[in-house]
Design a binder for this molecule. Sequence first.
Ligand SMILES: Nc1ncnc2c1ncn2[C@@H]1O[C@H](COP(=O)(O)OP(=O)(O)OP(=O)(O)O)[C@@H](O)[C@H]1O
Ligand SMILES: O=P(O)(O)OC[C@H]1O[C@](O)(CO)[C@@H](O)[C@@H]1O
Ligand SMILES: [Mg+2]
Length: 552
Amino acid sequence: MAPPPASRAADSNPADPSRPAAGAPEPITVPSPRDHHHHLVDRRDTPRGRAWEPERSRRGGAMDGAAAVKLVSGEAGYVLEDVPHVSDYLPDLPTYPNPLQDNPAYSVVKQYFVNPDDTVCQKIVVHKDGPRGNHFRRAGPRQRVYFEPDEVHACIVTCGGLCPGLNTVIREIVCGLSDMYGVTKILGIQGGYRGFYARNTITLTPKSVNDIHKRGGTILGSSRGGHDTMKIVDSIQDRGINQVYVIGGDGTQRGAGVIFEEVRRRGLKVSVAGIPKTIDNDIPVIDKSFGFDTAVEEAQRAINAAHVEAVSAENGIGLVKLMGRHSGFIAHYATLASRDVDCCLIPESPFYLEGEGGLFRYIEKRLKDNGHMVIVVAEGAGQKLIAETMQSIGKDASGNELLLDVGLWLSQKINEYFKRNKMTINLKYIDPTYMIRAIPSNASDNVYCTLLAHSVVHGAMAGYTGFTIGQVNGRHCYIPFYRITEKQNRVSITDRMWARLLSSTNQPSFLCNKVIEEAKKEQERTAQLIDGSSSHRKLDGKVAGPNSGDAK
Ligand SMILES: Nc1ncnc2c1ncn2[C@@H]1O[C@H](COP(=O)(O)OP(=O)(O)OP(=O)(O)O)[C@@H](O)[C@H]1O
Ligand SMILES: O=P(O)(O)OC[C@H]1O[C@](O)(CO)[C@@H](O)[C@@H]1O
Ligand SMILES: [Mg+2]
């Protein structure tokens, strides 16, 4: 159980000083990235060297206010964006030798423990005189840990939409904790965040999770909405949980950030760690999210079916809708992989239907030249166009805008156009979205999930908290929550990858100069941010994989 807080928080409950009084203001909000950036700019103005000092109360324990952004600056524009640690606010915690040193499987590994000074750079394409830019703390096992195996009481929760690989991550957190660190107390929180206070928990053991990676979905269940910070942290405290593993997308990581802030405010020795999950690949900084490869692979089956249907009919059109609320990565990569696609529509690239350069003219031409065509559309594409004739359908329980069905809408518009123009077409609309999301992860995603899960376990055991595990340029690192949630990762339409797609499909770009100029400006802002040299960090960027902001 966590030690009692040393100082009493404002609005505290007399029965339990670490909790807010009944009727106290509801959830503490995550500090806005702008607050962080304010710190950031101030700190960078300091002479080089260790720029950050942990914000802690004199006696340690409960704290008010947002966690400091931990920045360390070094030679040649080097900046480390470090993550919080339980010792930031509980200074006198004992440490223990890492049990891995006696583990026969791992003890033979040369240099198994990572050097505490290892960091991973966000920018790998550099110029001789350019700044070294932002870095993150390298993930991996540390020589000393902040939890004894017997003391650990871990819990795992999955939130948001499904994604291939969720069960693999659950399995590997459980097996990693158990096999590498000898941890025996691991709880599964059922049904997402609200499960902390409204549902039962299940005990997770290596045996109970043994073959779950072969199944789609999440054995724990998931949900949207229901994030009641106080009730969640009360539940963590009441159950004596001291490691919280949160698997989910941007919303989930935001929720984990708020939980971390409240845990820290109460002065609890609890590590809160996130594993980013999103089939849309919309999480910034990281190379790509787990399940993305599987989704792209599975999308090929739908595209193949659309192609077969299209070639077998007179003026056949196969239309496939894929997921991608604000980010069209699945559609983009599935199109590039397939080579059967004649047109790919994504949210980042607005399109229009009528007139020269519009979609209808292109379809007409393609049918005349080739007799058939395949269109892939991301679910978030064309939403503004559809909204001109249809009413919005509101929001989901997490506050995400519900999308109008672009596939049905487009099918209807295409059919109407060709009827008007007295041309026979055969359009088949395929919507495989949930089928793609609900399958188990493929082999490569399984390995990726395993490594992410082990890296997050090493981080929590070492006492790091308030972080998301992520792969950046092929290396695993600990990334502060705010960096993952401050913006979404989107397909860059001025990037060479999108140009490759346009040249493979030969579709019109639909772009006017204004849109191109805006996209270019966004790319420049992204580059400045990775340099770590900009005093106004508004955007983010990445270097490798589908999250590339840098053409390869
Ligand atoms: N700003 C926030 N503060 C606290 N909790 C949040 C916040 N945003 C979202 N959440 C909670 O996080 C959970 C998941 O959020 P959401 O439904 O947006 O999915 P997600 O994690 O973004 O995943 P995906 O979009 O990939 O399905 C929900 O329970 C929601 O209440
Ligand atoms: O129907 P649900 O479960 O709310 O999920 C739909 C959304 O979830 C995602 O799969 C992930 O955010 C989106 O692509 C999609 O819009
Ligand atoms: Mg989301």
